[in-house]
Ligand binder design. Structure first.
Ligand code: MV4
Length: 419
């Protein structure tokens, strides 16, 4: 795009690849994130000092923080994300659920709004029928959730859910839904500007462990053409009504032919490359155009889905120095990473060190390509989950495409000696 880039880094990331690749780089503090990557003042000072026009908040840290988005704007920078008011509304899962329902999206049967007493919880659970799930209104991504299978266990879990919500989010608001036993996690990639809302197909993120996604693919093996267009229609209505700008994701739980709205992630996500592959779109480029010029180049009617893409997250199981790195390549193979030979993986931050993404004409061919790419990938000096990802690619159940969110714990239970 011809835009000069300024990277920010903590002292732990001084030698990181993004620092080398950026046109300029500014140190924003010591390793603990509250003192660097979450330090708003340091971030604003870095941007001001470097003469930035816009701030891209990335995929974690302050990327969904309404107050930060507002501060960025108030200081005269463009924020590469939706408006602070939109982030705020979507951050409240009760309000988001309510809004989605008003715009015709199916939501999981659940309490009408927040549940603020043991009696209200008991009443909601009785109406819904067990099992139920208690969720934090300020949560999302699986934090602060409790599954309750019997009426006797409700009061205790309600109290625990509230105190966990208070401890994690400084907000003890919770709500209750009927619990679906083994749904798929399906999410739609959205790009929106002042004039239009585009849907870039869906991703299936059912392969996850402790709410950490491990494998994402597009399209979803469990979504039919009919479901796809019904989900897209609801999503477009919602995002248009929100006046949403930039990249976003709408998450659904899918059970058979039924889908239920769960939440909206008001940011770019880690797994966006699979959608880039199947739609041939540079999502970050469109996101930047939408949030700066107010107009993306993408035309919603021209989006089409081609072939199948799969992403395997490569996680470090230990910190250390990378003594050897061999990166797979070839048509339809992409490796996104901060690793290079000789670099160090610091003991801070998220364990994800790379994303291996492949694209081919069919799911079977994409799986074959991923297996080959995982074979070719060599990372020495740290332990990674590469071998586990190779086993999943060979697993008949994964290959059948018939699995839900409990898939990974199921295969780990069945083959404890293998994993
Ligand atoms: C659910 C659910 C079943 N029923 N909601 C996980 C992420 C967060 N955004 C919401 N999640 C779930 N919500 C209803 N009504 C299942 C999950 C879920 C899950 C729940 C408990 C333990 C592991 C899980 C793994 C994936 C999804």
């Amino acid at each position: 795009m011809g835009i000069e880039t300024v990277a920010v880094y903590s002292t732990a990331d001084r030698d990181s690849l993004h620092v080398r690749l950026a046109d300029y780089a500014v140190c924003i503090g010591p390793p603990p994130s509250p003192q660097s990557y979450l330090n708003r003042n340091n971030l604003i000072m870095a941007a001001a000092g470097a003469g930035c026009g816009a701030i891209h908040p990335g995929v974690g840290f302050l990327s969904e923080n309404a107050a930060f988005a507002k501060l960025v704007r108030d200081r005269g920078f463009a924020f590469i994300g939706p408006a602070p008011e939109t982030i705020e509304l979507l951050g409240d899962k009760v309000a988001a659920r309510d809004t989605a329902r008003r715009f015709g999206l199916p939501v999981t049967p659940g309490s009408a709004g927040a549940v603020d007493s043991e009696e209200a919880a008991a009443k909601a659970a009785r109406e819904l029928g067990f099992p139920v799930i208690i969720k934090a209104a300020a949560g999302g991504g699986g934090k602060g959730m409790r599954v309750v299978r019997r009426a006797e266990e409700l009061a205790g879990n309600f109290a625990l859910a509230r105190s966990e919500a208070e401890a994690n989010f400084a907000d003890n608001t919770v709500f209750i839904e009927r619990y679906l036993e083994n749904p798929r996690h399906v999410e739609l990639q959205i790009l929106a500007d002042k004039n239009s809302v585009a849907v870039l197909g869906e991703r299936d993120c059912s392969v996850q462990q402790n709410h950490q996604k491990l494998i994402e693919e597009s399209p979803s093996p469990g979504v039919t053409e009919t479901m796809r267009s019904r989900m897209a229609e609801g999503a477009v209505n919602l995002f248009r009504e929100l006046g949403y700008t930039g990249a976003g994701t709408i998450e659904f739980l899918v059970e058979g032919e039924n889908f239920y709205f769960m939440e909206v992630n008001a940011r770019l996500q880690v797994e966006h490359p699979v959608s880039e592959f199947v739609t041939g779109t540079d999502i970050v480029r469109e996101q930047i155009l939408a949030c700066t010029a107010g107009r993306m180049e993408l035309e919603p009617d021209k989006v089409s889905l081609d072939g199948w893409a799969i992403e395997c997250r490569i996680n470090a199981l230990s910190p250390g120095k990378i003594t050897r790195l061999e990166i797979p390549g070839g048509p339809g193979v992409r490796f996104d990473s901060f690793l290079y030979q000789g670099c160090s993986v610091p003991p801070f931050y998220d364990s994800m060190v790379a994303k291996l993404i492949v694209h081919d004409s069919t799911r079977d061919r994409a799986i074959a390509k991923m297996s080959r790419a995982l074979d070719e990938l060599v990372i020495e000096g740290i332990r990674t989950n590469r071998e586990r990802q190779k086993l999943v690619m060979r697993d008949p159940k994964f290959r059948s495409g018939r699995f839900g969110t409990h898939y990974y714990e199921e295969i780990n239970g069945e083959a404890e000696n293998v994993f």
